[in-house]
Design a protein around this ligand. Structure first.
Ligand code: AMP
Ligand code: GLY
Length: 426
């Protein structure tokens, strides 16, 4: 079958890479794609947010399956429009995508469904927000309600810092419209994990566990980013944890969406914190995690095309996923300066040598210029390897990265450290 993938980041590169290796798939096309995706798919330069352009493309290409990678087109209602014209789509409708598009909606729905999460209030007025911050005290977490590419969360260590962040968001300074509402919530401590599910109506199929490093700097310090590296499986997600997340988080939230008339077909991503007081939900996303998707696709043995088509056609029941027993680890190389300002247009050399050293380089923010690969975004590469242990996978990636020839690139040196500590202790 012919599959159309929407998006052009590292996640979409991993999806196209896997689809291209699926027996059921004869052709992969991708809009807009990127220079790395070009190796796996025919790329068509239509942006992932150009809804009219994408509708026209779907009508022309008539793919059997359309996979929507990023959240923005889902929140804009691309999946609804495609389904209305009879396409098989993997990605939720607009009503269900609100789960990611609005943190205030998501928190309210969690409350309604009894899904465990940090206690919170939603505010639009700076004075009332400040009063709530003073009532709770620091540390405290301030979140822009709308989409902010993973950067709209401030963990404030003092009340002053929290009030400043909240004022910045509410005045429209830091995140535009996305910050016109803020969620102020309890600070949770514990280990974080990403629990993803392929969902089709009432059928909820867990993917292998993974863990992302969202902070910019080693030791999980510094500002939040879209994700600086990830690995799978996450050893803190035991089978008991997996069952609990399925039963107390995934099932009730999907059921609550259903009572609101939202039919979920796509990936449900539950970001969870394993705290002393039990498992709490940090956030929901309605798509594969980026960079979690890169290690997940590296380990998936099943035919991805078949699985996603089954979900899109509401016949996911009975489908089982097979995984490589090996561990996978992905280190994100970003443009130095990200998540704040950074320079683009720098030539990136040594990519072939990085791959020859045993990795797959998934492209995210790259472009082509005069036959060279240049950086064009914040997160640029996802260098991924398999290993018998997380440590082995990590060593392969870091050794391979010695071949990267890009002065303006930045990456963390400790991706996977928690899992490696567990491996060493067991
Ligand atoms: P979110 O986009 O809501 O997942 O937040 C991004 C990141 O901020 C999470 O992955 C956590 O690392 C951190 N975070 C979010 N909410 C909290 C919280 N209530 N307590 C502690 N850390 C949090
Ligand atoms: N890696 C975090 C996310 O995809 O939201």
């Amino acid at each position: 079958m012919k599959v159309l993938v929407i998006g052009g980041g590292g996640r979409e590169h991993a999806l196209c890479w896997k689809l291209n290796r699926s027996e059921s798939v004869s052709e992969v096309i991708c809009a807009p794609g990127n220079p790395g995706i070009k190796r796996e798919a025919r790329c068509i330069n239509i942006g992932a947010e150009d809804i009219d352009g994408l509708m026209k493309l779907a009508r022309e290409e008539k793919p059997k399956l359309i996979v929507v990678g990023p959240e923005v087109p889902l929140v804009l209602g691309l999946a609804d429009k495609l389904r209305a014209e009879g396409f098989a789509v993997y990605g939720p409708d607009q009503a269900a995508a609100e789960l990611e598009g609005s943190k205030s909606f998501s928190k309210a729905l969690m409350d309604e469904a009894g899904v465990p999460t940090a206690f919170f209030e939603t505010h639009t007025d700076p004075e009332q927000a400040a009063a709530y911050i003073r009532k709770i005290g620091a540390p405290i977490v301030i979140k822009a309600s709308g989409l902010a590419a993973g950067k709209g969360v401030i963990i404030a260590q003092t009340e002053e810092e929290a009030i400043e962040a909240s004022n910045d968001m509410l005045s429209g300074n830091s995140f535009g419209d996305a910050g016109s509402q803020v969620v102020i919530e309890e600070f949770l401590e514990g280990e974080e994990a990403s629990c993803l599910f392929i969902v089709s109506g009432d059928t909820i199929l867990p993917l292998a566990s993974s863990q992302d490093h969202k902070a910019l700097l080693d030791g999980d310090q510094g500002p939040n980013t879209g994700g600086m590296g990830a690995y799978s499986p996450a050893p803190c997600v035991t089978s008991e944890v997996e069952q609990e997340v399925l039963n107390t988080i995934a099932k009730p939230i999907i059921a609550a969406l259903k009572t609101r008339g939202a039919n979920f077909i796509g990936t449900l991503y539950a970001g969870v914190m394993l705290t002393d007081k039990g498992i709490k939900t940090l956030e929901f996303n309605v798509r594969f995690g980026d960079p979690e998707c890169q290690p997940l696709m590296s380990r998936l043995k099943s035919d991805l095309g078949e699985v996603l088509l089954a979900a899109a056609e509401s016949r996911l029941g009975g489908v089982k996923l097979e995984w490589d027993d090996k561990k996978a680890l992905c280190v994100v190389v970003s443009s130095d300066g990200y998540p704040a300002n950074f320079e683009t247009g720098q030539v990136i050399g040594g990519l072939d040598a990085v791959e020859t050293a045993g990795t797959t380089v998934f492209h995210a923010g790259t472009a082509e210029q005069n036959g060279s690969i240049i950086n064009s975004g914040g997160r640029v590469l996802g260098v991924t390897a398999l290993g018998n242990t997380v440590q082995e996978a990590q060593q392969t990636v870091y050794k391979a990265l010695e071949n990267l020839d890009w002065q303006g690139g930045f990456y963390r040196k400790d991706i996977g450290y928690r899992a490696i500590k567990r491996e060493q202790n067991s």
